[in-house]
Design a protein around this ligand. Structure first.
Ligand code: ARG
Length: 664
């Protein structure tokens, strides 16, 4: 118990520190020159908040362990909580089936009489009993399960229905207190087992166009990182840049000819793709040049300083282009390109050779993914002794699992590469680099981007679309959208610019994330800028509207903990109750997204929150006005519900990369 006291003391100190920081941030927000300090403070504050959260949890766990009924964790999701309740019920009513997976499903019926969630295990248990010669009707089993459920603060009542369902009615007291906590402490993540996860995303290639496929990888990858970080995983964001390979021989040779002074003066290459084309042409037509290009590949791999310098100069041209895209879209990622693995490619080849896994094949060294030797083998060493994309991915997976000590790797790469990744995963397992019992690897694949004509996404003249141009087009279109609603007349120039960027980048990201990523998707500015339906525009508008309710109610709602001392959240009206239950699904959704690595579930959830909120707002007054338009009554509990909705949406928007603005 003394340990608990110490923790409590630490907790109080942290809480004070956090409050102090929050106050400093508030005052700092008014002075621009404090920008750097402010960012530093915000980072500190975030760290402290996380620490606080972890401490609070361990204290809660300790007090549970110290005695009393097994408390179900505040921050676990409703589904997981019910799984543990019914898991305990199954274990005590039918001990021989204690390992049966618990089946909990949300009830989608609009009729309140079916409750909110359902346990569907009785039918399966009845079958299992029958196999053992015991005949028991599912309804009777359901009744027994009901009798064995431990008491839970989440459950108002349980009812048996139909063939043998146990319907769960959530408790309003629980919901009201969960929402108060949400307002008091902010949206907290659900409990999950922490992992060290590397997300390999974006990964464009030097001297080649960063295309819409890379854009998809960038958008999906960034959001997955944000989701996993919110769930408190240790996330490593990695840009597996295509910065190595034989094409650099001809690029270096061409650089030497075009800019002989390159060692002293940075070459003004404005169009690297053109430069690439020129060098390729010479490579194909000029034997002398070709020879020199090959020799430059060798000197680059050996690390000859001049070649390294030339290679760096070329990489920097692309790097700058990529960086402007990342900045515009708010992407943070750390570069660890293919070149990083040069020495590790040498050693992985030795490693595979040592295990007897390499085979000769017409001068190449190949490796089969498994002992059946079917499918497509990896080419580990080419006949000229060079390495391939396969070699670098084998070296990279080994580095990530053995040196970076990740236990989860996610590759966000187009569906066209699924054979490649399946083969890499199998080969890594065969060579005991990967242990499927402790490591998880996922290829998060996605379909291609199509134009509005349903064909491959191209410009009108048939060229590939440059990403910078695409983002510019988005800015133009969203400005038109705002102007068409007369917003340019109401907003200040800065507000208009913020709204324009939020809309443009928000809709490009959201229209990508809101579809099942595996299918191809049609890129259409007209569709994504619609203000109805499941679009970023609709969500951002609704959010702005929700925020303005508290702002315009004539009272100060900025200090929520203070207000919560005087106001209880009331969930009496059917629509209040529906909104509360919708908001409390957040943890379930986040867990589902992270298990299956699909973000469209989160988009659908945001859309549901917005539509359910609108239903609530249409039938429950938050502010009452008289005929003259003066406020005569403010319903505090309902304003708190508005604020809780805004908080939930804000968290989801952050994960989805949407930047809400206060006016739009
Ligand atoms: N580890 C990896 N192979 N990551 C993905 C790399 C994607 C590759 N640079 C491409 O553009 O297709």
């Amino acid at each position: 118990m003394s340990e608990l006291n110490m923790e409590l003391k630490k907790l109080r100190e942290l809480e004070l520190k956090t409050q102090g920081l929050a106050a400093r941030i508030q005052t700092a927000e008014h002075c621009e020159q404090l920008d750097v300090d402010l960012v530093q403070l915000q980072i500190e504050n975030k760290k402290l908040k996380n620490r606080l959260f972890i401490l609070k949890k361990s204290i809660a766990e300790e007090s549970n362990a110290a005695g009393g009924a097994p408390k179900l964790k505040e921050s676990s999701s409703i589904t997981e909580h019910l799984e543990s309740v019914f898991g305990q019920a199954i274990a005590s009513a039918f001990p021989e089936f204690r390992d049966t997976p618990v089946i909990i499903a949300p009830v989608n019926s609009t009729s309140a009489k079916f409750g909110d969630y359902q346990c569907n295990n009785a039918m399966g248990l009845s079958k299992k009993l029958k196999e053992k010669g015991i005949s028991k009707a599912p309804r009777d089993i359901a009744t027994e399960l009901k009798g064995h459920c431990p008491p839970s603060p989440l459950i108002e009542k349980l009812e048996i229905a139909g063939a043998g369902f146990v319907n769960v009615f959530l408790s309003k007291d629980y919901a009201a207190s969960a929402l108060s906590n949400l307002l008091r402490y902010g949206v907290e993540p659900p409990e999950v087992k922490k992992r060290r996860v590397l997300v390999d995303f974006s990964s464009p290639n030097i001297a080649k166009q960063m295309h819409v496929g890379h854009l998809r990888s960038t958008i999906i990858g960034e959001s997955l990182c944000r989701l996993l970080e919110f769930l408190q995983h240790d996330v490593i964001r990695t840009n597996h840049l295509g910065d190595w390979g034989t094409q650099f021989g001809m690029l270096i040779a061409h650089l030497e000819d075009r800019f002989p002074n390159y060692l002293n003066e940075s070459p003004p290459i404005s169009d690297l793709q053109l430069f690439y084309k020129e060098s390729k042409k010479r490579f194909d037509e000029d034997e002398e040049f070709k020879k020199r290009a090959y020799s430059r590949v060798v000197s680059l791999q050996k690390g000859v300083p001049n070649s390294i310098k030339a290679w760096e100069l070329i990489c920097n041209v692309s790097r700058k282009e990529f960086q402007t895209i990342y900045e515009r879209l708010d992407i943070s990622i750390k570069e660890r390109g293919e070149s990083f693995y040069q020495s590790r490619m040498l050693s992985v080849v030795e490693y595979l050779r040592g295990k007897g896994l390499l085979e000769e094949d017409e001068g190449r060294k190949i490796m089969w993914p498994d002992d059946t030797k079917t499918g497509i083998p990896l080419t580990i060493v080419k006949s000229d002794g060079g390495f391939t994309y396969d070699t670098s991915d084998m070296a990279a997976i080994r580095y990530r699992l053995e040196e970076e000590l990740c236990d989860w790797i996610i590759y966000v790469v187009d569906a066209g590469q699924s054979t490649h990744f399946n083969t890499i995963f199998k080969a890594a397992e065969r060579s005991t680099i990967l242990n499927p019992l402790t490591h998880r690897v996922d290829h998060v694949q996605f379909g291609v981007v199509l134009g509005e004509d349903g064909k491959k996404f191209k410009t009108r003249s048939g060229d590939t679309v440059k990403l910078a141009d695409l983002l510019d087009e988005g800015l133009k279109r969203s400005l038109l959208q705002l102007e068409s609603r007369g917003r340019d007349k109401v907003l200040t120039p800065q507000e208009l610019k913020d709204a324009q960027e939020s809309l443009a980048y928000g809709c490009i990201k959201y229209s990508d994330l809101c579809h099942n990523r595996i299918s191809d998707y049609i890129f259409s500015f007209d569709k994504m800028l619609e203000d109805r339906g499941n679009t970023a525009v609709y969500l951002l508008y609704t959010y702005t509207r929700i925020c303005s309710i508290a702002r315009n109610c004539g009272e100060d709602f900025s200090n929520l903990p203070e207000i919560l001392k005087k106001t209880n959240i009331v969930l009496a009206h059917e629509k209040e109750w529906k909104l509360a239950k919708t908001l409390l699904k957040l943890h379930d959704i986040l867990i589902k997204c992270s298990k299956e690595l699909f973000l469209h579930f989160l988009c659908e959830f945001c859309f549901e929150v917005c539509t359910v909120f609108t239903e609530f707002y249409d039938s429950c007054y938050c502010i009452e006005k008289n005929k003259q338009g003066d406020i005569i009554a403010v319903n505090h509990s309902r304003i708190l519900l508005c604020e809780a909705t805004a908080a939930v949406l804000r968290q989801c928007f952050y994960i989805l990369g949407l930047k809400p603005v206060s006016k739009m």
